[in-house]
Design a protein around this ligand. Structure first.
Ligand code: SAH
Length: 410
């Protein structure tokens, strides 16, 4: 067993069960990519069993803080079972569920989403790469899902010295008619808030879909109804989850804007798949910022607007530039909002905290000379939990605003 010894005073974060050790905290020791190491304090006290990552800034990711625990296949079975037990107790009314949410589930670097009978998995750290087979076996055993599709094509793998990998990780040759070399299609249909939504685990973004917004899409359907919104603009729509929600809420003119053509094709398909008229929906393959500016010039307005942009700030270092980008789109959205209209606005940047995001949106309202109630704060669904030991896990934050009738400046 290789040993990693920390510099004096650098044991504090592991003692609080925060799972990361940065390169600069290590006094001596090294190991191969993903190898299990014993991490100890400068005076030899046990701190954690961990995975070593020789080229990453995050040099060590802890598996366990229990000296008696062995890191083996049975360990991964226990971790996977604990994560799935939580999801079972959450009673999520959908067959699209995040089963493993990385550090929060004490499996740093592992993301697993279940889409009906397919698990879509990202192995983003050296340790998860090393234990991939044991983890895959544990997942199949715990869920009964025969199929695992691997989407380890995220850029963060590069920081770990890992090449991208995609494709079937588990696909039984003889399962339910898929014998003779036939493969199960990578397309799958899930039910969310009672809607049918399709996705492709091979072609979609991330693992295929954004499950973290499930409850917020459900809430949006209710709000559109309560506020009797008819014209709805869904910015950064991806495959149109919020657009279907708007139609369920009684909207009659829904516009989805995204820069991904395939995502918009799916958004269109989702409208009719769920029994709504194709004519109630317009898909615009365009940049959101430019589209908002064009709509302002054209004098268009909307009863409800959703802003769910991609991560503008990958880390706190990008917070300034990202803040300006968030403020800009929110300012434009406020200008397009009818009095009494709804704005659902989000940030999924870990580098922008909830408080800062609140300030940015408030500033955007001031700039647009629009006053608005803030009636609710939003976050990710509970199958994307955070933990008390890992506050960095918090990333998605959102606000529900209702535009007031009066302007700020006469
Ligand atoms: N709201 C979606 C998820 C949005 S993810 C849902 O509920 O499923 C962010 C989306 O923004 C992606 O689909 C991406 O294609 C799109 N996107 C990124 N940059 C964009 C831009 N400048 N203009 C328009 N769309 C953009």
């Amino acid at each position: 067993m290789k040993i990693i010894t920390l510099r004096e005073g650098k044991e504090r974060s592991l003692l609080r069960q925060h799972p990361w050790v940065f390169q600069g905290s290590i006094a001596k020791g090294g190991a191969d990519l993903g190898e299990t190491v014993r991490v100890q304090s400068h005076d030899g006290r046990f701190l954690a069993w961990a995975a070593f990552s020789p080229s990453s800034q995050i040099r060590v990711r802890a598996w366990s803080f229990d000296e008696a625990e062995r890191i083996d296949a049975a360990f991964f079975q226990r971790r996977v079972q604990q994560a799935i037990e939580l999801r079972r107790r959450l009673g999520i009314d959908s067959n699209g569920i995040r089963l493993i949410h990385g550090e929060a589930d004490s499996l740093p670097g592992l993301i697993v989403d279940q889409y009906d009978d397919i698990l879509s998995a990202q192995f983003l750290s050296a340790g998860t790469e090393r234990w991939k087979d044991a983890i895959a076996d544990a997942l199949v055993a715990a869920t009964g899902c025969p199929y695992i599709y691997e989407r380890s094509d995220s850029g963060v793998r590069g920081l770990e010295g890992l090449a991208p990998v995609t494709g079937w990780l588990r696909h039984p040759e003889t399962f339910e008619g898929y014998a003779d070399g036939n493969r199960r299609s990578t397309e799958v249909t899930i039910t969310e808030n009672g809607w049918k939504l399709t996705l492709d685990v091979a072609e979609g973004h991330k693992t295929g879909y954004y499950l973290d917004q499930r409850d917020n899409r459900g809430l949006f359907a209710k709000l559109v109804k309560q506020f009797q919104c008819k014209t709805v603009l869904n910015c950064y729509s991806y495959t149109g989850g919020f657009s279907v929600a708007a139609l369920e809420g009684g909207a009659t003119e829904v516009t989805s804007v995204d820069s991904s053509g395939p995502a918009l094709a799916r958004a269109n398909a989702h409208v009719t798949l769920n029994g709504y008229e194709a004519s109630a929906h317009t898909a615009l393959d365009a940049d959101v910022n430019g589209t908002l500016r064009r709509f302002i010039k054209e004098g268009r307005t909307f009863d409800a607007i959703v802003l769910d942009p991609p991560k503008f700030a990958p880390s706190a270092a990008h917070a300034d530039r990202a803040s300006r980008a968030y403020k800009d789109i929110n300012r434009l959205a406020f200008k397009l909002l009818n009095p009494g209209g709804l704005l659902l606005t989000f940030s999924c940047s870990g580098g922008i905290g909830a408080e800062l995001f609140h300030k940015i949106v408030a500033g955007a309202g001031m700039d647009a000379q629009v006053n608005a109630y803030i009636i609710k704060r939003l976050e990710a669904t509970p199958d994307h939990p955070t933990t008390v030991t890992f506050p960095e896990g918090e990333y998605l934050k959102g606000l529900v605003l209702v535009r007031k009738n009066e302007s700020l400046v006469a």
